[in-house]
Design a protein around this ligand. Structure first.
Ligand code: UT7
Length: 343
């Protein structure tokens, strides 16, 4: 029987950093409010000339180098994104072309911040079914292009970046143990970007001397009822981590690392408490990345991996909660040895 093993990991964060103090200049907020309510201190913002596909390609190059593979060793390419370069073609085909990939299927999936967790479940099922041997899975987001930079309740939360993994089917035990996915469209109005479109060519937006590559304020932007999202997220994430442990007959104490979606440190702490986990065993990047939507879980995984703390034999739990609402979790029995530095 085939098992999906992660054999390469990569990440990319744009050069430009926006701190909470930078945000104080454009909306009525404070560094202390943002840190206390969210745990965020800074976030990366995509360059004016960059697109979601450029960040995705950069993360993919690092993952491929880490795996010791080239793009044409790949059998399928999936990009999870909420901020595609354009409505079509898919960002995945644009990434394929930027990486000089030929002749393998490439497509996007959209489950907002849960995109990577959903994508990992898809890729794992296709590898187990024998359809593909190697899948390149990327989460890439230019959230700064769909936030309303005049709305302090949302613009302080998000950041840009990309994370990627190469999955390979092997008969060896371990790798992805399984996944649990959920959605409930009854909540769809609590978190949405109703009029958003493709974002490869941003309009410019200038404010207080800061030059944003973003859509015009408020027109195609993220709208969120933060309080309600928070409440449901804590409940559903608590339920889904219990469900996945029960399904695969594991207990809280069997989890070595929690790699949660990085939306808010208070949500992350609530899930860790539910699992009785020390925060030392929880990947935490929200402070430096903000919420990078579908890129958040693979970026957190990449940081943990490159810190040298992930060891073969450890069990890791990934989880995410997103607009829709769509949420889910994956369990992985880690098998990869150390990393090689990619491009
Ligand atoms: O990734 C997908 C899932 N997304 C999430 O999981 C996000 C979930 N929601 C959250 O993380 C939190 O609800 C927020 C961080 C968005 C907000 O935190 P909160 O503790 O729920 O604050 P709140 O919305 O209850 O607002 C408290 C106060 C309000 O003022 P009043 O009405 O009490 O006078 C807000 O207007 O804080 C005010 N406020 C701000 N103040 C300074 C809201 N945003 C800001 C801000 N700076 N940026």
């Amino acid at each position: 029987m085939m098992h999906s093993h992660i054999v390469g990991i990569g990440g990319y964060l744009p050069e430009r950093i926006m701190t909470n103090h930078d945000l104080e200049k454009i909306v009525d907020t404070s560094d202390s409010w943002i840190r206390e309510r969210t745990g965020i201190s800074r976030r990366h913002i995509i360059g004016r000339e960059q697109a979601t596909s450029d960040m995705a390609a950069a993360a993919a190059r690092q993952a491929l180098a880490d795996a010791g593979l080239t793009i044409n060793d790949i059998d399928a390419l999936i990009v999870a994104t909420t901020t595609p370069d354009m409505i079509f073609p898919s960002t995945a085909t644009i990434v394929q072309s930027k990486l000089d990939g030929k002749d393998f299927p490439a497509w996007d999936i959209q489950a907002v911040c849960s995109g990577f967790v959903y994508g990992l479940a898809h890729a794992d099922c296709m590898i187990r079914a024998g359809m593909f041997r190697r899948v390149l899975l990327i989460g890439s987001e230019a959230m700064s292009r769909i936030v309303d930079w005049t709305d302090r309740t949302t613009c302080v939360l998000f950041g840009d970046g990309a994370g990627a993994v190469v999955l390979e089917g092997r008969e060896q035990e371990g790798g992805v143990v399984g996944s649990v996915l959920h959605a409930d469209g009854a909540y769809r109005d609590l978190l949405k970007a109703e009029h958003a479109h493709g974002h490869a060519s941003p309009d410019s937006f200038h404010r207080e001397g800061i030059d944003f590559a973003t859509d015009a304020a408020g027109i195609a932007a993220v709208e969120m009822k933060g309080n309600e999202v928070f409440r449901v997220a804590v409940t559903k994430l608590g339920e889904v981590v219990n469900e996945i442990l029960q399904r695969y007959e594991l207990e809280d104490k069997d989890i070595d690392w929690l790699i949660p979606h990085q939306a808010n440190i208070r949500i992350i702490q609530a899930t860790a408490r539910k699992l009785g986990m020390d925060m030392q065993r929880v990947a935490q990047t929200v402070k430096d990345h903000g919420n990078t939507s579908s890129a958040s879980v693979p970026l957190a995984l990449n940081e943990l991996y490159r810190s040298g703390q992930l060891q073969p034999g450890q069990t890791i739990l990934l989880e995410a909660f997103a607009g829709g609402f769509a949420w889910g979790a994956n369990l992985i029995k880690w098998t990869k040895q150390g990393f090689s530095n990619g491009t």
